[in-house]
Design a binder for this molecule. Structure first.
Ligand SMILES: *Cc1c(COP(=O)(O)O)cnc(C)c1O
Length: 403
């Protein structure tokens, strides 16, 4: 499905890239240098919540570029206070630490949980329980947290302190909690793992277990946050708040930005000098982050996301009914859409690309569809038509090979 990086490429060969040289973007459309126009429902992997080149984000970035880019965190950055205030007012959290990526937001979450136990007189509690199929990033600690062999292999000893249990297995979780456990870390909906949702009952059980054992509950909402599921954060649907939460991807609308959010109690150990970042929360990032919230928190925006999601999901249910030989089920919430396939997901994604539509694979043989949150009704219809045409082509090709 993808061309190999050339033997003499000056780039690390870590990605098998698609045969598309990107040129520019317009809303839900990505234009290649050869002029092909793709319906971009890959969304920069759940990043481009407002599509490409949204005028409000462009204006905010331009204005800030002419004013002040970067200062370090040795000074007060008013945009940081403003964005932190808006995020904490809209969530369970009291305090925020800004980063440049999701993995760094997770690193901050892990450090915050360990320090919480440490300053509360329980330094022996540093272990964190995580779930099979999880993805928390590519730093040494976050690959240990994710626990996937394919990301750990060859990188030396796995960072200590992560205990993994099967997804949504409460008995295994209870058995994994020891006097050394500091926290439980979970994605309310696993993204890379194949758009697998934890039930509200399961999240409630986690909250009860955490409270009963003096553990912190950490959510990784790097992929599910900032309106993707039709709520500002996915956990709102369950009503079960965490103590700490990592957010990134959508929060910068394409500008590298992440944040670790926490209650004041959970963040009590993060005193001056305990953590830091050179770039995190710089004025450029804050200008764009605030501009994203201007749109996402506007009255009616999330209602519109839920309307579009309903339209898309009804269409996809029809697609599954028409092609039960290709599709097994529809997964996810809002515009975090997973199609669990019976045929190889990568083949279908390649066929979609031939029909000038972009989607992303996920684990468990799932096709991920991540439109911009401001996608238009006719673009959803167009997407459904291209999905149908690609499914028809895959079915025809399979019949041909079988014959
Ligand atoms: C993408 C992702 C991360 C890592 O984010 P990066 O910005 O790539 O470091 C962590 N957790 C989840 C759930 C993600 O989807």
């Amino acid at each position: 499905m993808a061309t190999q990086t050339e033997p003499h490429s000056p780039l690390y060969a870590t990605y098998a890239r698609a045969d598309i040289d990107v040129a520019r973007g317009e809303g839900a459309w990505l234009v290649a240098q050869d002029g092909r126009r793709f319906l971009d429902f890959s969304g920069g992997i759940a990043v481009n919540v407002l599509g490409h080149a949204h005028p409000h984000l462009v204006a905010a970035l331009k204005a800030q570029a002419e004013t002040l880019w970067h200062t370090s965190n040795l000074f007060r950055i008013p945009g940081q206070d403003r964005l932190a205030r808006r995020l904490t007012e809209a969530t369970f959290a009291d305090q925020a630490f800004f980063t440049n990526s999701g993995a760094e937001a997770l690193e901050c979450a892990i450090k915050t949980a360990r320090r919480y136990q440490y300053v509360n007189g329980r330094p022996e509690r540093y272990r964190i329980v995580t779930f099979e199929g999880a993805f928390h990033g590519r730093t040494l600690a976050t690959i240990a947290a994710g626990g996937q062999a394919k990301y750990l292999e060859g990188f030396g000893p796995k960072v200590e302190g992560f205990d993994q249990v099967p997804f949504a297995d409460l008995d295994a979780l209870e058995a994994a909690i020891t006097p050394q456990t500091a926290a439980i870390l979970i994605e309310p909906i696993q993204g890379e793992g194949g758009i697998r949702s934890a039930t509200p009952e399961f999240l409630r059980a986690l909250r009860r277990l955490a409270d009963a054992n003096d553990l912190l509950l950490i959510y990784d909402e790097v992929q599910t946050g900032v309106g993707r599921t039709g709520r500002f954060y996915a956990y709102e649907a369950s009503g079960v708040a965490p103590d700490i939460m990592a957010s990134a991807k959508g929060i910068g609308g394409g500008f590298p930005l992440g944040v670790c959010l926490a209650t004041q109690e959970a963040a009590a150990g993060m005193t001056p000098g305990t953590h830091g970042t050179t770039y995190g929360g710089n004025p450029l990032a804050m200008a764009v982050g605030n501009a994203v919230l201007d749109v996402v928190l506007e009255d009616g925006f999330l209602d519109a996301v839920r309307d579009r999601a309903l339209q898309f999901r009804q269409g996809l249910s029809g697609l599954i009914d028409r092609f039960p030989d290709l599709f097994q089920e529809l997964r996810g919430e809002g515009l975090l859409i997973g199609l669990k396939m019976r045929t190889p997901n990568t083949d279908f994604i390649l066929e979609l690309r031939r029909h000038l539509m972009l989607a992303v694979p996920a684990g468990d043989n799932v096709v991920r569809i991540l439109p911009p949150l401001n996608v238009q009704e006719d673009e959803v219809r167009e997407g459904l038509a291209r999905l149908d045409a690609a499914a028809e082509a895959v079915r025809a090709a399979r019949k041909e090979t079988a014959a």
